[in-house]
Write a protein that binds this ligand. Structure first.
Ligand SMILES: Nc1nc2c(ncn2[C@@H]2O[C@H](COP(=O)(O)OP(=O)(O)OP(=O)(O)O)[C@@H](O)[C@H]2O)c(=O)[nH]1
Ligand SMILES: [Mg+2]
Length: 461
């Protein structure tokens, strides 16, 4: 669907708060005529007009539509350029009922504003130089963050930390390109230049930084979107007890009978700040029971599509064929062996576990002992432990794609340099890398790229 944005300055309006009953609802108005339009619906208690007062001031009063008074309201006044969008802005806060906020928006539109498109306020902030493109994207991320880690990453993006990391790579490459230009322009002159060795070092450093950013993207995605996690193991290993421990409530049925869980039981929990989408599955064993059989098949299905597997073992008993069958089925998926029932005397063959699993946690799902070790191990496996979200990480597919293309260009430049091609050929690739990075930060992004970023936003942001 094509979304057309309004020309800069045209006064746009939208409900900025969630479309649900809440204590406060806000209608945001931005554009040259923001105050004049707001004054048509808002009457302050003391008769003051928003058009007459300075920025960063608030007035108390009432808002009116065609059918009369809508609600009492507070009007917050911002003056260009000292506002979120960089334009004149008025925010009208009323009671947060859906009907009230919608009536207020309707009145504001009737008074002359046009309905804002998705992310149009943030888009204007970007166009007015209030923030870079990655910072603008982080506005969406902050709103959508589910876990503390994701929120931290989004905030770092918003504070321009990511932008700075990208700028550092860009500067390295720009300097290299400038030297290459000097070479091309004055081949005979003895001007001070970088040697091919220095150029190689610059390219290697740019490559290293881009690779690091791309690696961290994957860990960041886990923090943001959560991880499909399957709890698997033989019957009675304590899978459902572990599920309940992680969920903090009686999510799954627990009994002493093997084969209790049949269907997949799901819940999302936060472990060490990372959202895990847990699936508690039927105990894996060879069975003739037709219902249990389907459960076991479903468990295997989940194991195949999982991003993380918690393989649960009952350490108070010997290993059996089911334990070994499960271990063999795990393949390449990141996996943690959870050696459960640590409160009972240990009978399990730990040599076998150690030989098959790189990540092992010993815990008691009934007492909760060892839960911190599990959180720690999950962070290790997902490599989120190595990533400090406050240092700024790539967090959208668009950013990842741009970083990847920049890396391709840098690698091309390296190949051109290694194979003794002309500096022209190297320059082309280095400049292409710089241009992709400028697109990434939005400094030189086409309108299509910019608009596609904001299309993902919700209206009112
Ligand atoms: N002592 C002790 N008992 C545990 C522990 N974890 C689970 N149990 C017991 O083991 C039995 C089976 O637990 P469940 O959580 O139902 O096991 P499950 O793996 O979900 O079993 P199925 O659903 O049948 O596959 C129950 O009696 C639990 O109380 C533990 O850490 N220590
Ligand atoms: Mg169970």
């Amino acid at each position: 669907m094509e979304i057309r944005y309004h020309p800069p300055g045209e006064t746009i309006a939208a409900i900025a708060t969630a479309q649900a009953p809440g204590a406060v609802g806000v209608v945001r108005i931005s554009g040259t005529d923001a105050q004049r339009i707001a004054d048509r619906v808002f009457r302050s208690a003391h008769g003051k007009k928003l058009a007459e007062i300075s920025g960063y001031r608030a007035l108390y009063g009432h808002v009116f539509g065609a059918e009369g008074e809508i609600d009492e309201a507070v009007a917050l006044n911002f003056r260009a350029p000292a506002s979120f969008t960089g334009e004149n802005v008025v925010e009208l806060s009323c009671h947060g009922g859906i009907y009230v906020t919608r009536s207020l928006l309707k009145a504001v539109l009737e008074a002359g504003a046009v309905p804002a498109g998705p992310g149009e306020f943030t888009r204007r902030a970007f166009l007015n130089g209030k923030m870079g493109l990655t910072e603008a994207e982080s506005v969406m991320e902050i709103v959508g963050a589910e876990g503390a880690q994701a929120a931290r990453a989004a905030l770092a993006g918003h504070d321009g930390v990511l932008e700075k990391r990208i700028a550092a790579v860009k500067e390295t490459l720009t300097a290299a390109a400038a030297h290459l230009d000097a070479w091309a322009d004055y081949p005979e002159d003895d001007i001070p230049q970088v040697t091919p060795e220095e150029l190689k070092t610059s390219l290697a450093s740019a490559k290293h930084s881009l690779e690091e950013l791309l690696r961290e993207f994957e860990a960041g995605r886990a923090m943001r979107e959560g991880v499909e996690t399957v709890i698997a193991g033989r019957p009675n290993a304590g899978k459902s007890t572990l599920m309940n421990l992680l969920a903090g409530c009686e999510r799954s049925i627990v009994t002493q009978y093997a084969g209790t869980t049949r269907d997949v039981v799901e819940d999302t929990v936060l472990l060490g700040g990372i959202p895990l989408r847990l699936a508690d599955t039927a105990g894996i064993r060879a069975t003739e029971d037709p219902v249990e059989k389907i459960g076991v098949e479903r468990a295997y299905g989940r194991i195949r599509s999982a991003q993380l597997i918690l393989a649960v073992f009952d350490s108070s008993g010997e290993l059996d064929d089911s334990d070994r069958a499960l271990t063999e089925a795990l393949a390449e998926t990141p996996c943690i062996a959870v050696v459960n029932k640590s409160d009972l005397p240990q009978k399990i063959d730990m040599e076998y576990i150690r030989s098959k699993y790189r990540h092992i946690v010993i815990l008691s799902a009934t007492s909760g002992a060892g839960l911190n070790d599990l959180a720690h191990e999950v962070a290790e496996v997902l490599e989120t432990a190595k990533v400090n979200p406050s240092e700024g990480i790539l967090f959208t597919e668009r950013q990842r794609d741009a970083a990847r293309r920049a890396l391709d260009c840098v690698e091309e430049a390296q190949t051109a340099l290694e194979s003794g091609m002309t500096f022209d050929a190297v320059t082309v690739s280095v400049e292409a890398a710089v241009s992709v990075l400028l697109e990434l930060t939005g400094e030189r992004a086409t309108e299509t790229v910019v608009d596609s970023v904001f299309h993902h936003f919700c209206v009112g942001k």
